[in-house]
Design a protein around this ligand. Structure first.
Ligand code: GLU
Ligand code: ZN
Length: 498
């Protein structure tokens, strides 16, 4: 027997089972994260399964992206693609024969039947039921066809779908997030499990694999809540025909994530794309920290934590059923805090991708690592996302500073040329090993022209860096060096007096 340390249950088996369609989105990542944290907390097993039974929508590219995203996020799995496991294969497209076999067994045992109704017939009956104020789901017409009726349909060359026979009693289960829920038969009609062309549907393959892979807990989005009573009924039928070990998993439905304007965040929302966060330079731990707050919290007033802390504390029972709001500003603030918490060396390493093409605008050979390492600690406390590093340090590596006209017009006023000339004189006598001394020089130049430090340093900053905002000016000047600082002040003076 495996003994369970401090209330954990190593028998826990959860799954993350995305369909490889399109780009991974934050809602999907939240689902993966909660399953991962639950598995790790319990010292259980995370199964990663690919639900690629829809050849028309699934793509290999999307499959690769899913794997790459999970790896980038650090959400490791115990069974699944590239690892294998006792229930391999973990791509449903490689398990088709198995589903066909299960469908046959369900039909033979009377849990499923062929339905010959055409879409037009189904639509017409649904409309009629609606008009009569009756439940408008499938009416069970093909539940008990006579051999003559079947022969007649076959003669018309109709190809049937396979429909699962729902029990005629209500289905009750205790949702781990929402408590006890009951679904009445009128609301859960018989449903299709195999298409007319023989292709098994999500409604079949998902519970079949959960049963075969001995999944104990299903944590997934609230949008799938309506399929849970169907799946529970199918589970019971699977147990009856000897597929799986007969235990029905516990279900927990994670709250909706709301985007702009109180609408559900859709996967087509640009804000929802995981790749966007990667490209902007979110740290995986920053993004995951934020996404964990979409329906869960470590403790009141505790927004910042590590994944180790989340794993130690995570319990589905603490997930909140209320919709969660996706707040980009908060995500950025949390990421910024994680950036600040890095060791400088790790911060420098994390910046690496943005210090070269296609992000960096400078010539590769103009990059000076020593200068970057000197300025990096000042950037670390100011960045929200890593991609901001490029704009913040480009003044060091471009031959000439960027030319941002809005900044120029804002900083360069009547008298700026005189100020710049004085600043240049004072800076010439300053101690360039001390940012404090450089500041004294600009302060003194400002005083001579009746300007406070803020007003006096703006033209210097724009002359040297091209922008009105950036890293601390005097540290920047020091790293840039006296010669290049003066060349740039001279160029600005030339432009001002032209
Ligand atoms: N492949 C399904 C989806 O991505 C999985 C749903 C589930 O977790 O049951 O929506
Ligand atoms: Zn029918």
């Amino acid at each position: 027997m495996v003994s369970a340390p401090n209330g954990t249950d190593p028998g826990v088996r959860v799954r993350f089972c995305p369909s490889p369609t399109g780009n991974p989105h934050v809602g999907l990542v939240r689902t993966a994260l909660f399953n991962w944290a639950f598995a790790r907390h319990n010292k259980g097993t995370l199964v990663f399964r690919i639900e690629d039974t829809d050849a028309a929508r699934d793509s290999e590219e999307s499959y690769q992206q899913l794997l790459d995203s999970m790896r980038w996020l650090g959400l490791d799995w115990d069974e699944g693609p590239e690892i294998g496991g006792p229930h391999a294969p973990y791509r449903q497209s490689q398990r088709m024969e198995l589903y066909q076999d299960v469908a046959r067994k369900l039909i033979n045992a009377g849990h499923a039947y062929f339905c010959y109704c055409s879409t037009e017939e189904l639509d017409a009956r649904r409309e009629a039921a609606r008009a009569a104020g009756k439940p408008s789901g499938y009416d069970g017409k093909c539940r008990a066809l006579t051999p003559e009726e079947v022969a007649a349909f076959k003669a018309e060359e109709r190809t049937p779908i396979v429909r699962f026979r729902m029990p005629d009693e209500p289905i009750t289960f205790t949702d781990l997030v929402r408590g006890e829920l009951t679904f009445t038969p009128e609301n859960v009609p018989d449903y299709g499990i195999v298409r007319a062309n023989g292709a098994p549907l999500y409604t079949l393959v998902n519970p079949v694999d959960d049963a075969l892979m001995e999944i104990t807990h299903v944590l997934r989005g609230e949008d799938l809540l309506s399929s849970t009573p169907r799946q529970i009924a199918l589970y019971k039928a699977l147990a009856d025909i000897g597929v799986g070990n007969g235990t029905i998993p516990a279900f927990g439905h994670l709250p909706y994530v709301m985007g702009e304007g109180n609408k559900k965040l859709s996967k087509r929302d640009p804000q929802a794309s995981l790749n966007l966060y990667r490209e902007r330079g979110f740290l995986p731990e920053g993004l995951l920290n934020y996404l964990s707050l979409l329906g869960w919290s470590l403790a009141e007033d505790r927004d910042i934590f590590s994944m180790e802390e989340m794993v130690a504390a995570f319990d589905v029972a603490d997930v909140n059923a209320n919709p969660a709001r996706f707040d980009l500003k908060k995500a950025e603030a949390i990421n910024a805090t994680h950036l600040r918490q890095l060791d400088v060396a790790d911060f420098i390493a994390a910046c690496e991708p943005w210090l070269k093409a296609p992000y960096a605008p400078w010539r590769p050979e103009a990059f000076d690592r020593a200068a970057f390492e000197e300025i990096a600690p000042h950037a670390q406390t100011r960045l929200t996302v890593l991609s901001d590093i490029t704009d913040n340090v480009d003044f060091l590596f471009l031959d000439e500073p960027v030319r941002d006209e809005a900044s120029w017009n804002k900083a360069m006023k009547e008298g700026s040329d005189a100020l710049l000339r004085t600043a240049r004189e004072k800076l010439a006598d300053a101690d360039w090993s001390s940012p404090e001394s450089l500041k004294e020089a600009v302060l003194a130049a400002g005083e001579q022209h009746g300007l406070k430090l803020g007003k006096a340093q703006a033209p210097v900053r724009v002359a040297v860096t091209g922008r009105t905002v950036g890293l601390p000016l005097f540290e920047s000047l020091q790293v840039l060096g006296k010669d290049r600082t003066f060349t740039r002040i001279d160029a600005a003076l030339a432009r001002l007096t032209a």
